[in-house]
Design a protein around this ligand. Structure first.
Ligand SMILES: *Cc1c(COP(=O)(O)O)cnc(C)c1O
Length: 354
């Protein structure tokens, strides 16, 4: 049994994907070919936003967001401590200071109460300029955007949705990728919507941001890539990956149903033995991971291993515990909920062909 079975998915979609890849090989527009435009339009439509800008991976998508928002040294950007490294990495890479926030114990997502406390602390200390929040749709469940949007407005902060895991999730019918000022996602193969390599995308309703994203992703281009009006990067989605994603996106709604069925079956079977994932009223998870809490994690994982069922730990190390962020000088006492989660969570196999 595989943790995420990409080959079962490929077998199911083989004819369609092979045909799409062959079409790219035939026309030969490997960079920014017609499939890239087609995919951006379909993704924007699916998510329900005005602009989709594809790029090379989910980390670049976040980095480009830092560039578009002009995040720089002296700025504070708030993000959850319980997340994948890239969320916090791009803040530090921009020269700004990541301010880590504790988790909500039930959803595992950024805790709005702790966020507000930390925003007020940064303001009171007067050393950093609070600029933005990066919220993460952890394990597929959208963060608490109704409350986060209120805090962003109250403190005049930009809100970024890191939907690398959340693509396909919803809050009251509004899709992940449509929250905040800018949303980003990843098409890393293991994500809910993955390609066959690296890929990513940015979503926004803001026309000025969209124009800046399109410039920054191709060397800060002006009228073309040999007219450079700002310092950018090279971060494009390959045409072949766009072709693969077009077929995977067409299948995605069906796959989401299968993921939800698998999660429901897990819930029914396991709720007596573990704390099973919590999905608040009105929320839909894309089930990037199915994550349990157990006080005896090691023993539990060993039991699954004996039966040939792979398990994984997402995440065993919070951002405030990472070696790379030691310079910020944090302790577990500042992040009681997230530190406890890092010691007790483990994830079961989850994919639409389970
Ligand atoms: C995977 C992931 C990213 C980074 O995406 P890549 O495409 O691997 O660069 C960023 N944030 C979160 C929460 C992720 O899970």
């Amino acid at each position: 049994m595989q943790f995420i079975d990409l080959s079962a998915q490929y077998q199911h979609l083989k004819q369609r994907i092979d045909k799409r890849i062959q079409a790219v090989l035939d026309h030969g527009h490997y960079i920014m070919g017609p499939e890239v435009d087609e995919l951006e339009q379909k993704l924007a439509e699916y998510v329900g936003v005005k602009h989709c800008i594809s790029c090379a991976n989910g980390t670049d998508a976040l980095q480009l967001a830092m560039m578009v928002l002009d995040i720089k040294p002296g700025d504070a950007v708030f993000c959850p401590t319980f997340t994948f490294f890239a969320t916090a990495e791009v803040i530090a890479y921009a020269g700004a200071t990541p301010v880590f926030v504790d988790s909500d114990a039930r959803t595992f997502n950024i805790c709005p109460q702790d966020l507000e406390r930390r925003i007020q602390t940064v303001i009171a200390q007067g050393k950093l300029t609070p600029r933005a929040i990066i919220a993460v749709d952890l394990f597929g469940l959208p963060a608490n955007y109704p409350e986060l949007e209120q805090l962003a407005t109250k403190y005049n902060l930009k809100l970024i949705e890191d939907a690398a895991q959340g693509f396909g999730g919803e809050i009251n019918g509004k899709r992940a990728g449509s929250f905040g000022d800018i949303a980003t996602t990843s098409f890393f193969p293991a994500k809910p919507l993955g390609c066959y390599g690296d890929g990513g995308a940015i979503f926004t309703n803001n026309d000025d941001y969209a124009a800046l994203f399109r410039s920054y992703r191709v060397h800060g281009k002006g009228k073309d890539k040999y007219d450079n009006v700002r310092i950018g990067i090279n971060s494009r989605l390959d045409t072949i990956q766009a072709a693969i994603l077009l077929e995977k996106l067409a299948e995605f709604p069906t796959e989401l149903i299968a993921r939800n069925n698998a999660a429901a079956h897990y819930n029914e079977t396991l709720s007596g033995s573990y704390i099973t994932p919590y999905v608040p009223q009105g929320y839909v998870s894309s089930w990037a991971q199915y994550t349990l809490i157990s006080e005896n994690r090691d023993a539990e994982m060993a039991k699954y291993k004996e039966k040939g069922i792979p398990t994984m730990i997402y995440y065993g190390t919070c951002m405030h515990q990472q070696t790379a962020f030691k310079y910020l000088g944090h302790s577990d006492e500042e992040y009681p909920t997230a530190s406890k989660l890092a010691n007790s969570v483990f994830s079961l196999p989850m994919h639409p062909y389970l």
